[in-house]
Design a protein around this ligand. Structure first.
Ligand code: NAD
Ligand code: TYD
Length: 358
């Protein structure tokens, strides 16, 4: 280990296995690492390519001599073990998951399988190969729903409310238990809502932007006043890189955007940006807002206190929500080929079947 600018010891990161590296955040992390002059290691992108995985997300952004893609399931212990052995993996960064709350409400089984059993298999591999350090990527949703004030800290009680957040909470608990019981080397992070380019258009921001561009209804759940704390995805990648290099083994770090927004005011901002970027009439876009039946068990408010990662590891986000949202909208306007590719027939059928008008 060497020492960082904050005085914390730094891990050696020579051969990383990134699970879920073809997804939204995992691919941002891979693109981010290949932009870092102080990263000289290799990356194995281990991804099953479910509906949410897309290799276009890393196309042209990797150094081919230091990169390998393996299409496989995290639930497949043998393949995961063999890959780690063959590639001399020293670090696993675990992003792979089912990640969409609405899908978890309609079909929780895949969430338990991937997020709980899959993380269990990742931990079993690390138990067998204890020289590997595991960083587990998790969500603020494990802490449940906040009232009008306060923010989640690393010691907030776990109170997951959706099958998605319960499956992520279970995975966090397994990580903690393996570190405590077997002494495996772990860190984990709980982050707020991410946004940015390459996000699958089932999540709020890309869904709304694309629907605006196509003149389709903008489905707002309930009264539209549920609050989320938004972080630009590359800032999340940077936070994970900081924790990986210098985070204390066995610890968790909360990561937030200090950008709390209720859904309706966020939508108004997106409307303003789309109107100014495309010349469309703002009022025509506003007329697309459609209040629909609320999500069952819909968490009212999330907010994350990032003071630990800021104080201990010097984390500072580089994007504010105004510039980040504009960059994101521009990306969706300019990347039609990507959008067409990820929108399979299955996704379209699912959308139409599940966004019922109130
Ligand atoms: P995503 O749905 O965009 O990507 C998930 C990736 O995992 C896809 O590439 C998919 O193919 C892959 N995958 C799914 N099942 C797999 C399996 N069994 N084996 C191997 N690969 C598999 O998700 P995301 O938004 O990039 O989220 C990544 C991680 O970050 C998740 O663990 C999620 O819980 C967490 N997180 C997400 C957010 C957010 O706002 N999106 C916020 C905080 C934490
Ligand atoms: P989402 O992007 O699904 O993230 P999460 O549920 O993990 O926070 O949703 C963000 C917020 O937007 C959440 O309060 C639900 C709401 N929402 C809508 O109002 N309409 C939609 O079509 C979607 C997808 C989400």
């Amino acid at each position: 280990m060497t020492t960082s600018s904050t005085g914390a010891p730094q891990r050696k990161l020579g051969s990383l296995l990134v699970t879920g590296g073809a997804g939204f955040i995992g691919s941002s992390f891979i693109r981010y690492l290949f932009r870092q002059p102080d990263f000289g290691g290799r990356i194995v992108n281990y991804d099953l390519l479910t509906y949410a995985g897309n290799l276009d997300n890393v196309e042209g952004a990797v150094d081919a001599a230091r990169y390998k893609f393996v299409r496989a399931d995290i639930c497949d212990f043998d393949t995961l073990l063999k890959t780690c052995e063959q590639e001399n993996v020293d670090t696993i960064v675990h992003f792979a998951a089912e990640s969409h709350v609405d899908r978890s409400i309609l079909g929780p089984s895949a969430f338990v399988q991937t997020n709980v059993i899959g993380t269990f298999q990742v931990l079993e591999v690390v138990r067998k190969l204890p020289s590997i350090h595991l960083h587990h990527v998790s969500t603020d949703e494990v802490f449940g729903s906040l009232g009008p004030t306060g923010a989640f800290t690393e010691s907030s009680p776990y109170q997951p409310n959706s099958p998605y957040s319960a499956s992520k909470a279970a995975s966090d608990h397994l990580v903690r238990a393996y570190a405590h019981t077997y002494g495996v080397s772990t860190t984990h992070s709980n982050c707020s809502n991410n946004y940015g380019p390459f996000q699958f258009p089932e999540k709020l921001i890309p869904l709304m932007v694309l629907n605006m561009l196509e003149g389709r209804p903008l489905p707002v759940y309930g009264d539209g006043m549920n609050v989320r704390d938004w972080l630009y995805v590359d800032d999340h990648a940077e936070a994970i890189w900081l924790v990986l290099r210098s985070g204390k083994t066995g610890e968790s770090y909360n990561v937030g955007g200090r950008a709390e927004l209720a859904n309706l005011p966020l939508l108004e901002r997106l409307i303003d940006i789309v109107a100014s970027e495309t010349g469309r009439d703002r009022e025509d876009l506003r007329r697309l807002i459609t209040f629909v039946k609320d999500r069952p068990g819909h968490d009212r408010r999330y907010a994350v206190d990032s003071s630990k990662i800021e104080a201990e590891l010097g984390f500072r986000q580089r994007h504010n929500v105004d510039t980040g949202l504009r960059e994101t909208v521009r990306w969706y306007i300019q990347n039609n080929a990507w959008i067409e590719r990820v929108r399979s027939g299955a996704y379209r059928e699912w959308l139409d079947a599940n966004y019922a008008k109130r």
